[in-house]
Write a protein that binds this ligand. Structure first.
Ligand SMILES: NC(=O)c1ccc[n+]([C@@H]2O[C@H](COP(=O)([O-])OP(=O)(O)OC[C@H]3O[C@@H](n4cnc5c(N)ncnc54)[C@H](O)[C@@H]3O)[C@@H](O)[C@H]2O)c1
Length: 452
C-alpha cells in the first residue's frame, strides 16, 4: 500500500517524436498529444512532405530546427527522447524500429509491424535480444466494445465458446479510397490487404478466443476493381466526361464532393491539404484519388474469407469485404448456452442466454474523442502511462499489444495470404515452435507449412 503521507509522484511530461506526419502520426496520435499536454510533449517531428511537416510543426509548437525531412535525420540528431511514434508507410517500419531500439526509447509502432514475415521475425529477434519496449497499434484491444465482449466470455456468460463468425465491412467508398486509389492498393508497395486491414481482426479473434490459431484456409481475389469491369463510356479519371459518372458508386466527385461533405479531416485531408471544395476538385483533377477505380494500378484482393481452427477447439470464420454500405465490424460468438452478437460501429452488444431465453442488448457509451471506437485514445493513454512509469524507475507491465503479443496476428495474416495464393490449408503450430526458438540471424525461414 502506498504511504498516504508521501507526496504524489511529480507529473512527468514524456518527450515524444513522431516519425511520419500523416493521417495517423498527426491526425490520431498528434491530436491526442494536443488534448493531453500535461502528459507528453511533441518535441520533434519528421516527414519529407514539407507541407505536412510544417503544418504539424506549427500546430504543436515544434521549433523549426526540430522538424526533419526524414526519420533517419531525426534519430541521428535527437538524443534526448523518451519515446517515438512510428507512423511511416508500411514498408518503412522495420528500419526506424531497429534504430529506435538502438536509441533505447519506448516505441509505439503502427501496424502492420512490417509487411513481410522475415522482417517481422528480424524485428522480434532484435527486440527480444535488447529487451526493447515496443507497443503495436492494435487499437481494437483498447476499445470498450471488444473489452466488454472479452469480459463476458471470461465470465462464462455464454458457456464454452464453440464458434465465431466475424465480418469486417470495409465500406465501398472507403475500400475505393484506400485499397484501389490509395496507399494500400499494391501489395508490393504496402502490404497484402489481409494484413493491412485485418491484422487487427486476427489479433482480436485470438485475444477473444484465448488460444492460438493452429490451422487456416483462405480464399479471395481482386474480383471487381479491374479494367475488365470498366463500364462502357468510362474514362481514366472521373472528371474527364465519364458517361456513367452520375450513377457510379465509386465516382470520386460524388464521394469526395457530395456524399462526404468536404471537411478538414480524413479522408479529405488525405486527398489534399487544402480541403476546400476548390482545393479538393483540383486534387481530384490531377491526383491519385480522382482516378477511375477500373483504371488504377491496384492489385490487392477486394474480398477475402478465412476459416480458422484454434488450439482450444474453437472454429472461426472471417470475411473481409470492400462491398458494404456500412463501415463496421460485426461479430457473432456462439457458446454452449448462449450467444453474443455485436456491431462495433453501433457500439451495440446483444447477449442471449439459452437457459432462460433471456435476450439483453446493451448500447455502450459512444466515445467522442478520436477514432476506432476510442481505441486510439486508450492506446495512447496506456503507452504514455507506461513510459512515465519506466522513466520513474518502475517496471511497467508489458502492453497488452506488445510486439511479442502482436506478432501472432501477423503470422496468421501471412498464413492466410499464402493459403489464398497457393490454394492450400496452412498449419501454424510448427511456426510457433520455430518462433520460440528464434535466434538472431535465423529470421528468414518461413513460418507456414502446407497442411496434409
Ligand atoms: N492502427 C490503425 O488502425 C491504422 C489505421 C490506418 C493506418 N495505419 C498505419 O499507419 C501507418 C501510417 O499510415 P497513414 O494513414 O498515416 O499514412 P500517411 O501516408 O498519411 O502518413 C505516412 C507519412 O509518412 C511520411 N514519410 C514517408 N517517408 C518518410 C521518412 N523517410 N521519414 C519520415 N516520414 C516519412 C509520408 O510523407 C507521410 O506523410 C501505415 O503503416 C498504416 O498502415 C494504422
Amino acid at each position: 500500500m502506498s504511504d498516504p503521507s508521501s507526496p504524489a509522484p511529480a507529473p512527468l511530461r514524456v518527450r515524444i517524436a513522431i516519425l511520419g506526419a500523416g493521417n495517423r502520426g498527426v491526425g490520431a496520435y498528434g491530436a491526442y498529444l494536443l488534448r493531453r499536454p500535461d502528459l507528453a510533449q511533441l518535441v520533434a517531428i519528421a516527414d519529407p512532405r514539407t507541407d505536412r511537416l510544417h503544418a504539424a510543426g506549427e500546430l504543436h509548437g515544434v521549433s523549426p530546427e526540430r522538424r526533419y525531412l526524414s526519420w533517419e535525420e531525426l534519430l541521428k540528431r535527437e538524443t534526448e527522447l523518451d519515446a517515438i511514434i512510428i507512423a511511416t508507410p508500411d514498408v518503412m517500419h522495420l528500419q526506424p524500429a531497429l534504430a529506435g531500439i538502438r536509441h533505447g526509447v519506448s516505441i509505439l509502432l503502427e501496424k502492420p509491424i512490417c509487411p513481410t514475415e522475415p522482417e517481422v521475425r528480424r524485428l522480434l529477434a532484435t527486440a527480444r535480444r535488447r529487451g526493447a519496449d515496443i507497443t503495436v497499434a492494435h487499437v481494437l484491444r483498447y476499445t470498450q466494445f471488444f473489452t466488454r465482449i472479452r469480459e463476458l466470455l471470461n465470465r462464462g456468460v455464454i458457456g464454452q465458446l464453440q464458434t465465431v463468425r466475424h465480418t469486417e465491412q470495409v465500406g465501398y467508398w472507403h475500400f475505393a479510397h484506400s485499397y484501389v486509389r490509395g496507399n494500400w492498393r499494391r501489395a508490393e508497395e504496402s502490404s497484402p490487404m489481409i494484413l493491412a486491414k485485418a491484422c487487427h481482426d486476427f489479433d482480436i479473434l485470438q485475444w477473444l478466443i484465448g488460444s492460438p490459431c493452429v490451422e487456416l484456409n483462405s480464399y479471395g481475389n481482386l474480383g471487381h476493381f479491374t479494367s475488365a469491369n470498366a463500364p462502357e463510356g468510362s474514362t481514366e479519371r472521373c472528371d474527364q466526361g465519364c458517361a456513367v459518372e452520375r450513377t457510379c458508386p465509386y465516382s470520386a466527385q460524388r464521394i469526395y464532393l457530395e456524399k462526404l461533405p468536404p471537411a478538414d479531416r480524413w479522408p479529405h485531408n488525405v486527398v489534399s491539404l487544402d480541403t476546400s471544395p476548390e482545393g479538393l476538385a483540383l486534387a481530384l483533377h490531377s491526383g491519385p484519388y480522382g482516378r477511375c477505380v477500373y483504371h488504377c494500378d491496384n492489385d490487392v484482393a477486394d474480398h477475402q474469407v478465412v476459416s480458422m481452427r484454434f488450439a482450444n477447439g474453437v472454429d472461426a470464420c472471417m470475411t473481409v469485404s470492400g462491398f458494404t454500405r456500412e463501415i463496421t465490424r460485426t461479430i457473432h460468438l456462439m457458446g454452449s448456452h448462449g450467444e453474443i452478437i455485436g456491431d462495433f460501429t453501433r457500439n451495440e452488444i446483444t447477449v442471449t442466454d439459452f437457459r432462460v431465453d433471456d435476450v439483453r442488448t446493451s448500447q455502450l457509451s459512444v466515445h467522442s474523442e478520436g477514432l476506432h471506437g476510442g481505441g486510439d485514445e486508450g492506446l495512447m493513454a496506456d503507452f504514455i502511462g507506461r513510459v512515465q512509469d519506466r522513466l520513474r524507475g518502475g517496471d511497467p507491465a508489458r502492453a497488452s499489444t506488445s510486439l511479442e503479443e502482436s506478432v501472432e496476428s501477423h503470422f496468421m495474416a501471412f498464413a492466410a495470404e499464402t493459403s489464398r495464393l497457393r490454394g492450400m490449408a496452412v498449419r501454424l503450430h510448427a511456426a510457433r515452435k520455430k518462433r520460440s526458438q528464434i535466434a538472431p540471424g535465423s529470421e528468414t525461414s518461413t513460418i507456414v507449412e502446407a497442411s496434409g
